[in-house]
Every structure is written in structure tokens, then in C-alpha cells.
Design a protein around this ligand. Structure first.
Ligand SMILES: [Zn+2]
Length: 57
């Protein structure tokens, strides 16, 4: 079997890939293709209006 990313011989540690690099590459490809990270969530959360806390002085 060969690496699906670069077609080099597969490494035992990184099956079915040849290296950590190729495993990462393929994972990144899979993630961006099938699983879109909700990048807006954090900024949205940040801009959420906080409930005004009015303390009597
Ligand atoms: Zn490879």
C-alpha cells in the first residue's frame, strides 16, 4: 500500500500515510471539505451585549 497523498511507501506508524505530514494534510483536506468549523462563533460570542449590571453606589 502507498500513501494516498504522495504515493510514497506507507509508514507503519502513519498508516495509511507515509508520514505525519501527509496524515495532517489529508486530515486538513477532510476537515475543510466535510466539516466546516464555525469560526464566527467566537467573535459573535465576544460581541454579545452583556447584560448591564447597575450597582447602586
Ligand atoms: Zn505521503
Amino acid at each position: 500500500m502507498s500513501c494516498p497523498v504522495c504515493s510514497k511507501p506507507t509508514a507503519q506508524d502513519w498508516r495509511p500515510f507515509c508520514s505525519h505530514r501527509c496524515a495532517d494534510l489529508d486530515l486538513g483536506k477532510w476537515m475543510t471539505g466535510a466539516y466546516v468549523l464555525p469560526a464566527n462563533d467566537e467573535t459573535e460570542e465576544d460581541s454579545l451585549p452583556e447584560p448591564p449590571i447597575t450597582k447602586p453606589h
